[in-house]
Design a protein around this ligand. Structure first.
Ligand code: PLP
Length: 412
């Protein structure tokens, strides 16, 4: 048996993840492995905690990555705080809301869902009304629904959760690091992100943060582990060993380092490097960069004359949806882009499957050359598929956005 060598083709990745990793991150990933209790490695862990606090905009003591993709972070938070019968409210407006509800139901929560038509977001008042009706222990919601390109306003819901003593858990996988996200200011008790989207790191870790309100529950449940009786007789021990936050946080506590699992050494190198890059760029500047390239992309597509979907006030700046033109097979458009131009864009799920194409501008994929290449190539493929477009307009419109930006930058 002979195996093929790993020769990955060079791609321009314009999906909502995984996106192109920063070259500095890729170099960090190849750093020689050291032991998990090597003082040098413990320093890297401490630095990562600090950098994550900056990323999440939080003063929480707890901020660390879970080993695994983003959903391992979601599952770690939910299974560590939900006990059988707990009421969990999940407002769903796209694919990833269903994921939250599914994980909560595996924790034997009493799951209450409310659903919004794909492409829309919730009016905070609707969520508040539902909370008043059921008084949930946890409200868990997605910030940016990658499947629909919509972004849910969180601040009001967070404030109401605090008022009502409900825990507010947010999946910020597709937004954190590229879009404004304020853990503390929005009263978020636990937030989860992933590496392969706006952080420009390959997939494999799920950074999370949580506050004392969450930690209190973890410590109660840990009592059972230690043979002590918890305050509430309903308390159960956390059913997962691997994702037990009460144990993992001990491993991440400086000076304690109670061993749990073996931290994914190389991934920590990569994540820490990605976070350093974010700090060097500055979160504000990074968010502006994502906005600018999103704006140039939208301007280009509009000038081309294709129909966008969900381009309203709640559009994610890092995901853009295009309706597949009548009679055009969107999968064929995508495969032509990949095979002829080496550019990957995405389809969607559920009610949007086969109907929309999604273009992402996240992390290291979010740059001028990528946007211009994508617009030029997309126009060519549309023409090749028999779609009538305004020829030559798209790239010029995007260039116009960049030129205007440069003028403003010079002025300021
Ligand atoms: C990508 C994504 C996830 C799932 O991430 P994995 O890393 O594949 O586990 C969850 N939520 C949102 C909003 C996402 O965009």
């Amino acid at each position: 048996m002979t195996y093929t060598d790993l020769t990955t083709p060079l791609r321009t990745i314009m999906t909502p993840g995984p996106v192109e990793a920063d070259p500095r991150v890729l170099r960090a990933l190849s750093t020689p492995v050291i032991g998990q209790f090597d003082p040098e490695f413990l320093n890297l862990m401490d630095e990562t905690v600090d950098l994550l606090r900056y990323l999440f905009r939080t003063d929480n003591r707890r901020a660390f990555p879970i080993n695994g993709t983003s959903r391992s972070g979601i599952e770690a938070v939910l299974c560590s705080i939900i006990e059988p019968g707990d009421k969990v409210l999940v407002p769903i407006y796209g694919r990833f809301g269903y994921l939250i509800a599914e994980i909560a139901s595996r924790c034997d929560a009493e799951v209450h869902t409310m659903e919004k038509e794909w492409g829309k977001v919730f009016d905070p008042e609707e969520v508040k009304a539902e909370m008043k009706a059921i008084n949930p222990k946890v409200v868990a919601i997605v910030h940016g629904e990658t499947s629909t390109g919509q972004m849910q306003p969180l601040k009001e819901i967070g404030a109401f959760c605090r008022e009502n003593d409900s825990l507010f858990v947010v999946d910020g996988v597709a937004t954190i690091g590229g879009v404004e996200f304020k853990t503390d200011e929005w009263s978020i008790d636990a937030a989860i992100t992933g590496t392969q989207k706006c952080l420009a790191v390959p997939s494999g870790m799920a950074p999370i943060t949580y506050n004392d309100r969450i930690e209190k529950i973890l410590l109660e449940r840990k009592k059972i582990e230690r043979g002590l009786s918890p305050d509430s007789e309903n308390s159960r021990r956390i059913q997962s060993n691997y994702l037990d936050l009460s144990q993992i946080q001990d491993y991440w506590t400086s000076g304690n380092r109670l061993n749990h699992h073996t931290l994914a050494t190389s991934m920590l190198y990569g994540l820490r490097e990605g976070l350093r890059i974010i700090q060097e760029e500055g979160l504000e500047a990074r968010i502006k960069r994502h906005q600018l390239h999103g704006k140039a992309l939208v301007a280009g597509l509009e000038a081309m004359g294709v129909e966008l979907r969900g381009n309203g006030e709640h559009k994610m700046p890092v995901v853009t949806l295009i309706n597949a033109p009548e009679g055009v097979d969107e999968a064929s458009v995508r495969s032509t882009l990949l095979n002829e131009f080496g550019i990957e864009i995405a389809g969607s799920f559920g009610p949007f499957k086969g109907k929309v194409m999604r273009i992402g501008n996240m992390g290291n994929s979010c740059r001028k050359t990528n946007i211009l290449h994508t617009l030029g190539a997309f126009e060519a493929v549309m023409i090749q598929h028999g779609v009538t477009v305004n020829r030559g307009e798209a790239v010029q419109a995007a260039l116009g956005v960049y030129a205007a930006e440069e003028i403003t930058a010079v002025k300021s």
